[in-house]
Design a protein around this ligand. Structure first.
Ligand code: ARG
Length: 459
């Protein structure tokens, strides 16, 4: 038998393959709460504008609530023949309240329906991400506050560069995830327009009230252009862009945690709760959560590329291609949420090995820049000359197998006669970080100010 929704024009039922390629119910059932919210708003508006009878709208309201509870209770029987969530819900509503359910689709198309449902879903995910980012920021701030004075090596090229504080390193991630938070909020503000009422593509001749449905669904306003409203997926792409950038940040941090937790670095100890063991090597404690964060990020990047590719060739307005938006976004959203949660847990639980951090900070000639700066300040040397003199001292220390503070004053004076005992004051790592008080610098005093500033922001 032909399709119940458009069977009027069709003599034959679809081929099984047609059904398989066409059906989206397997994944878009996740939109059920949003679909029912959209339908309730639409039904109420149809009654308020006199397009349908109030008694029909009331039966729809009750019926839709029944459908929702059946879906939430797991008793709803989804049908692939009914293609998607919209037709599954409507078919069940018809069973519950009879043929008057067919009035619900007045002045509406699945095109504006799915655009509305999906926007509501993505908006919920943005709200979830906002909360998760705030939680992660709080975990990082706690680490930064505890370790505002702990000294660790700062790297460039993953080679020892200059000492920095643990707090400063944590606060770098606070800046990154803080920008993600800003992007989440920006994206939410931009996407919060309601497509409902655009109908198939051109609007409708029924006297609908789009302001009413937009407001009922928590949108700031109705989308202005009906063609754009049904064919726009920027909100999903922007969600994926924000998620991708944030995922990249998560992956960089995960990479650092993998390195830092190795026996060679020993900068941090990850908690048992966020580590796994080996089935053969009894000593092992592996940073699997960090590795999986690093790896899962690929799905999020992939989703963005996939959806960009789906959209890039589509003429206005709706094309069925757009049904491919959902699985990508669902998968990216699930994995971003999981990665944010895992990172927050790891950061909360991890303990810095303060002694190992300081020992590492003190090796690798990390205070060579401090020595060069001292020559500029105390001996009036041009920086380039000071750089050269310091380089000679590093080479000397290297041949001696020691670090800069281990050279004697006599060693130093042989390289340059202007060097005095005072130079040793700047060769210690604590002095080094304490001296970097420039705005945005690593000095503990600056880090504490930044922690206080961010605590105000995240509450
Ligand atoms: N399942 C479809 C989707 O996800 C709903 C919209 C279908 N519209 C249509 N004209 N076939 O995009």
């Amino acid at each position: 038998t032909s399709n119940a929704m458009w069977g009027g024009r069709f003599a034959d039922a679809p081929d099984a393959i047609m059904e398989a390629i066409n059906a989206s119910i397997g994944f878009d059932k996740r939109l059920a709460p949003q679909d029912i919210a959209g339908s309730r708003a639409h039904a109420a508006m149809l009654a308020a504008t006199g397009i349908i009878e109030a008694s029909d709208a009331e039966a729809m309201r009750k019926g839709l609530l029944t459908v929702l509870s059946e879906i939430e209770g797991g008793t709803f029987e989804f049908s692939t023949a009914l293609e998607d969530i919209h037709m599954n819900v409507e078919a069940r509503l018809t069973e519950i309240m009879g043929p008057a359910a067919g009035r619900l689709h007045t002045a509406r198309s699945r095109n504006d329906q799915v655009a509305t449902d999906f926007r509501l879903w993505v908006r919920d995910q943005l709200d979830l991400a906002e909360g998760q980012l705030l939680a992660l920021l709080r975990a990082l701030l706690a680490q930064a506050e505890a370790g505002a004075e702990w000294v660790m090596p700062g790297f460039t090229h993953l080679q020892t560069a200059q000492p920095v504080t643990w707090g400063h390193h944590m606060m770098a991630y606070v800046e990154m995830f803080g920008r993600d938070l800003g992007r989440v909020r920006d994206a939410r503000a931009r996407m919060n327009e309601c497509p409902l009422g655009a109908a198939a593509l051109a609007g409708t001749s029924f006297p609908i009230d789009r302001e009413m449905t937009a407001e009922a669904l928590g949108f700031d306003r109705p989308a202005a252009n009906s063609l754009d409203a049904v064919s726009d997926r920027d909100f999903a792409l922007e969600y994926l862009s924000v998620a991708s950038i944030s995922a990249m940040h998560l992956s960089r941090f995960a990479e650092e945690l993998v390195i830092w937790s190795s026996a060679q670095f020993r900068f941090v100890t990850l908690s048992d709760r966020f580590s796994t063991g080996s089935s053969i090597m009894p000593q092992k404690k592996n940073p699997d959560a960090a590795e999986l964060i690093r790896a899962k990020i690929g799905r999020i990047f992939g989703a963005q590329v996939a959806l960009m590719t789906v959209m890039k060739g589509l003429p206005l307005a709706y094309s069925k291609d757009m049904q491919e938006d959902k699985e990508q976004v669902f998968d990216a959203a699930d994995n971003w949420a999981l990665a944010l949660a895992a990172m927050e847990g790891m950061v909360r639980d991890m303990s810095a090995n303060v002694d190992a951090l300081e020992a590492a900070a003190s090796s690798g000639f990390s205070t060579a820049t401090d020595l060069a700066d001292w020559l500029v300040r105390e001996a009036g040397m041009p920086f380039r000359e000071a750089h050269h003199v310091t380089g000679t001292l590093v080479a000397l220390a290297e041949t001696r197998g020691c670090d800069l503070p281990d050279l004697t004053l006599a060693d130093m004076q042989e390289v340059h006669g202007d060097i005095t005992e005072g130079v040793f004051d700047v060769l210690g790592v604590h002095n080094s970080v304490a001296s970097r008080t420039s705005l945005g610098g690593t000095a503990p005093v600056r880090v504490r100010e930044e922690v206080a500033r961010w605590k105000e922001i995240v509450g």
